[in-house]
Design a protein around this ligand. Structure first.
Ligand SMILES: [Zn+2]
Ligand SMILES: [Zn+2]
Length: 136
């Protein structure tokens, strides 16, 4: 894919970022770490080969690395708790929580992964009815 400029922000908008690079892969990850970090059934993670720049709010960014994990690090705004991207050490890639993006990254999740760790109630994207807004 060609290089893109992607921008995003946390929930409160204090932390704003720009990622430049090539979107490589995107997954809905159902692993227990992603579930705990997001409080949801799965995280939607985008890996970009490129660079991460903080536009505002870098001082608010906090990281929690799961001690027994090789890499898993939750990166978030300390003001609102919204997840923000992180540079993956030594890989030249940036891991972006897709919900923090302001732009369409032009790539859709290719797979749902770690389904074996998924919660029984987690959506599978196939069987539930869809609504544009909260149903009445
Ligand atoms: Zn925030
Ligand atoms: Zn995961």
């Amino acid at each position: 894919m060609e290089a893109k400029t992607l921008t995003g922000a946390c929930l409160c908008g204090s932390v704003r970022y720009t990622v430049q690079g090539d979107p490589q892969r995107a997954y809905h990850c159902h692993c227990d770490r992603c579930r705990k970090a997001t409080g949801t059934g799965h995280a939607s993670n985008l890996v970009v080969a490129g660079t991460l720049t903080w536009n505002t709010g870098e001082a608010l960014v906090r990281q929690f690395k799961v001690p027994e994990a090789q890499r898993f690090t939750n990166t978030f705004c300390s003001e609102c708790g919204g997840r923000v991207p992180r540079s993956v050490a030594g890989s030249g890639t940036v891991m972006i929580p897709m919900g923090s993006l302001n732009d369409d990254p032009g790539i859709e999740p290719q797979a749902r992964i770690f389904l074996g760790s998924g919660a029984a109630w987690s959506c599978n994207g196939q069987v539930l009815p869809g609504f544009d807004e909260r149903p009445g």
